[in-house]
Design a protein around this ligand. Structure first.
Ligand code: ASP
Length: 439
């Protein structure tokens, strides 16, 4: 059976179990006996993310014949990333202004939400405070670590690790071949080992996904599933606005990107990337999903290591189309609910800040809502308004993370194709074993 089917079965069983557990109040049992498998699964993925990025990026950069190629690939990647994010925000803008979900929230529900999430709002506001105090060039400073081991000790420092790995790769190009070869073969060998480790970890994916989903459901429902149903009813139009925006973006924008830059059939693309999308859905973290995205793009979709090792870690950190779209819809929704009409200037400010905020959003669950606080403050909407959307945020987080990961993968395929570095698509799972022994 194909891996994605096994994961889908884990997902469906997890949803069924989660709903039953939330209905019968098995939250405690679930968090004690089921959730740990999900945590182990996420930890395994996070464990190999930094070693994978270092080994594949060093080998990737060192195999470039000249540095001009690196800047060309970099330029293209960033241009497509920023353009697709701007398109995503624009889609969000149109959808939220057309559906006007904020006009449909009952007043009693508004008050209830504000009261329930008061404390949560404070936590998010504090987190946003830390981000806001930074100077305009702080992201550049943040990219250059003063200690390599310090950088590699936290998955949040992915951009620093990317910087160091590129730097080592650049150094390797410039030393005599016989010196470079010894170092390179270590990184190259290491890289093969880690890709194999991803295959091993993915054997656990169906169980990991089952556990993550069921635990998410019981945590969100807090042993009271009817509360979630009620919340979804009140915020239904808001959810529909975000979800339809994400769908339009996936169907229209990514299809166009793939069609314009590559000749890969859509079916192949989605079949290849499906396990990464399912892991993104259940972990809500593009950072944790990164090893799977890289493995699928390289081994299944034929993206060269040179391109994938550069485009994907960068994408996981700065390219968040789903998050940008959601931030746009959420900001306008909150303003609409609070009865504040946003003029064209405020709407344009949201577009711009949402593109920037999504770039600054960490690739972890719930990070998007922290940056939303900053957007709201930029347009003068009280940030306490996020109380209105926190109840359904986890569900939307899962979906926007899928969009983020799909965006990264479609850009990796496109860039590889324009660089003539897109090999054969290989969707045969059995070939994994054959390849492993050949390696
Ligand atoms: N969870 C998202 C991601 O990791 C970020 C967010 O929008 O909260 O891609």
């Amino acid at each position: 059976m194909k891996l994605h089917w096994k994961i889908i079965i884990g997902l469906v069983l997890g949803i069924v179990y989660g709903v039953v557990a939330a209905t019968y109040g098995w939250g405690g049992f679930t968090s004690d006996w089921i959730a740990p498998f999900g945590i182990v699964f996420i930890n395994l993925l996070k464990l190999i993310a930094i070693p994978l990025v270092i080994s594949s990026l060093v080998t990737g950069v060192a195999s470039l014949s000249d540095l001009k190629k690196l800047s060309r690939i970099g330029g293209k990647t960033i241009a497509i990333y920023v353009t697709t994010t701007a398109v995503a925000v624009t889609i969000g803008l149109v959808v939220v202004n057309t559906l006007r979900p904020g006009d449909r929230v009952p007043v009693e529900m508004q008050q209830q939400l504000q009261e329930t999430y008061e404390q949560d709002v404070e936590n998010r506001e504090e987190a946003a405070e830390g981000v806001k105090d930074r100077g305009p060039l702080q992201p550049v400073v943040d990219m250059v670590p003063s200690n390599f081991f310090g950088a590699a000790s936290n998955n949040r420092n992915m951009l620093q690790v990317v910087f160091v790995a590129i730097f080592i790769g650049v150094g390797l190009i410039q030393v005599p071949k016989e010196k470079a070869d010894a170092v390179l073969s270590v990184f190259d060998g290491f890289n093969h080992v880690i890709i194999r480790m991803v295959d091993v970890i993915m054997l656990m994916a169906p169980l990991g996904v089952f556990s993550l989903i069921s635990n998410t459901i019981t945590t969100v429902a807090q042993d009271n599933i009817s509360q979630v149903v009620e919340l979804l009813g009140a915020l239904g139009f808001y959810c529909i606005a975000v979800i339809s925006g994400l769908l339009i973006h996936m169907v229209v924008t990514y299809t166009s990107v793939l069609k314009i830059f590559s000749s890969m059939p859509l079916g192949n693309f989605y079949r290849g990337i499906a396990p990464a999308q399912l892991v993104a859905f259940s972990t809500s973290s593009s950072g944790a999903t990164l090893p799977v995205t890289m493995e699928r793009c390289e081994e299944k979709l034929g993206v060269s290591e040179e391109v994938s090792s550069f485009v994907l870690p960068l994408g996981a950190t700065i390219n968040m189309d789903g998050t940008a779209l959601y931030q746009e819809v959420a900001a306008v929704f909150i303003a609409q609910t609070l009865g504040m009409e946003l003029g064209i200037a405020a709407q344009l400010t949201i577009v711009l800040t949402a593109v920037l905020a999504s770039i600054g959003t960490a690739a972890v669950p719930g990070a998007g809502v922290i940056m939303l606080v900053i957007i709201l403050e930029a347009i003068g909407v009280p940030s306490a308004g996020i109380a209105l959307i926190l109840g359904v945020d986890r569900i939307l987080d899962m979906l926007r993370t899928v969009t983020n990961v799909t965006g990264d993968a479609s850009v990796a395929v496109s860039v590889a194709s324009t660089e003539n570095q897109l090999g054969e698509v290989n969707l045969d799972e059995a070939s994994d074993k054959a390849r492993a022994s050949a390696d």
